[in-house]
Design a protein around this ligand. Structure first.
Ligand code: ZN
Length: 452
């Protein structure tokens, strides 16, 4: 369940080094970069942290609770919706109702804005959307409190139900109305129902430590699709892909040999717009020279994995050299992104039993592919696209792992076309780890995988 934080917040601190933007007037955030899209909350004038700018004035704003809603950054311009009333003076009678239009904001006084329109300078009332209650499903009986504090005297115990939360704090407490009066409840989703048997691990991607039967679990922390839960034997990790529906046609698109400063950036922008996750098998020196792109990969939901450090042919290398390549690759990815990679794609797909054995030492499976687009060879969009669709129709099958290289402009053009085509055909893109976990339920270190 997604919880929306709908409340007016005054300033919070944007960490040093982040992309900041000063919003001089009160402002609203939207669900999409479109004034007609749903308003998700309103904020007081403040400095905000921008995580993405789309180039048309809209940006994503990082919020307290991790939500990334859209905000219109050309802050001296404000969209006045249909029927907005213009007033000659603050608190005066309206003089005109206007067609929807952009206006320049000249001044703000409380709930009033002085705006410049085609009709001249007028005052309009700035009415942020009133906070709407958030519907939240309380799956178990729950306690109520007079203040948002577990040490406060307990009030009623209420049965499982859908509650309307009129104020949600980012520490997990929410305010509800009950027949007995206003009550605080703790709404954090720390309980979760696991609907199938899953493996228990000592750490994400680690060693299996038994099985868990379907049951309600207490979630201690989450690391992407990995959840640490409390068990009788202490904390254990389980893998639960957060999205996903039965019958989905899952595929994984992968990009090797980057990150490239220009082409990977364009690809990441396109993936972000489409909310498509990819898997990047990166090279050490390029991660070191393009750290911001490696960080973007992680922050934007992609999987970052090892392509060895120097694009060495591991099948011709000795054991020591292989270990050095994998160690350096793992360490640079971890140093730059904070994420430890868990997959290896050997350069050229070249591998043998030694590579498999050493990959297993690292806990990594070897990821090859089922669709080779030959993009590095043809560098031609039409030629690349023929691997996705030809006169017989779409050539991609559920479970495919698609191989591309994000270091050629033609690859990026073709990848965008192919992704749009496959999305329209109903495929769902997932990372390689998600694809293999959905298909096999576990991933064996050292094993060679060509598809999910
Ligand atoms: Zn390569």
């Amino acid at each position: 369940m997604v919880l929306l934080l709908i409340q007016t917040l005054s300033g919070f601190t944007v960490p040093e080094g982040k992309d900041r933007h000063q919003m001089p007037w009160d402002f609203v955030v939207h669900a999409a970069p479109d004034f007609r899209s749903e308003i998700m909350g309103s904020f007081n004038a403040q400095t905000i942290e921008v995580t993405y700018r789309n180039g048309t004035g809209w940006a994503r704003m990082r919020n307290h609770d991790g939500n990334n809603w859209w905000v219109y950054l050309r802050d001296n311009r404000r969209f006045l919706p249909s029927g907005t009333l213009l007033h000659d003076a603050r608190d005066g009678a309206p003089v005109a109702a206007i067609a929807p239009q952009m206006a320049r904001v000249l001044q703000q006084e409380g709930n009033w804005l002085r705006v410049g329109t085609w009709l001249g300078e007028n005052w309009v009332q700035w009415r942020p959307e009133p906070p709407r209650p958030i519907q939240h499903h309380m799956a178990w009986s729950f306690l109520t409190y007079l203040t948002p504090d577990f040490r406060a005297p307990r009030q009623e115990t209420l049965p499982p139900q859908i509650v309307e939360i009129t104020q949600l704090r980012d520490d997990g407490w929410g305010l509800i109305s009950t027949p007995a009066g206003d009550r605080w409840i703790y709404v954090r989703d720390n309980m979760r129902y696991v609907d199938r048997e899953v493996a228990l691990y000592d750490k994400p991607g680690g060693t299996e430590r038994g099985r868990l039967q379907p049951q309600v679990v207490h979630v201690l922390q989450q690391d992407r699709s990995w959840f640490q839960i409390a068990t009788w034997d202490g904390p254990r990790w389980i893998y639960l892909r957060s999205a996903g529906q039965p019958g989905e046609r899952l595929i994984a698109i992968t990009f090797d040999d980057g990150p490239h400063p220009a082409h990977t950036r364009r690809l990441l922008d396109a993936l972000y717009e489409r909310d498509v996750p990819a898997t990047f098998f990166v090279l050490g020196p390029l991660v070191a020279s393009n750290p911001e792109l490696a960080i973007r990969m992680v922050n934007e939901g992609h999987e970052i994995a090892s392509h060895a450090y120097n694009h060495t042919d591991l099948s011709r290398a000795g054991a020591d050299r292989i270990r050095t390549e994998l160690t350096m690759s793992r360490d640079i990815i971890r140093k730059v992104t904070g994420v430890t990679p868990t997959l290896l794609r050997p350069p050229y797909g070249a591998q043998n039993s030694t590579v498999q054995a050493i990959s297993a030492e690292f806990g990594w499976p070897i990821i090859l592919w089922s669709v080779d687009t030959r993009d590095w060879e043809t560098r031609n969009v039409n030629a690349i696209m023929r691997h996705f669709v030809d006169h017989t129709g779409i050539r991609i099958r559920t479970g495919d792992i698609i191989l591309m290289h994000d270091i050629y402009p033609t690859t990026i053009d073709a990848a965008i076309q192919a992704i749009d085509l496959l999305l329209a055909d109903g495929f769902t893109f997932v990372t390689v780890t998600d694809l293999l976990m959905e298909r096999y339920g576990t991933i064996e270190p050292g094993r060679v995988y060509r598809q999910g």
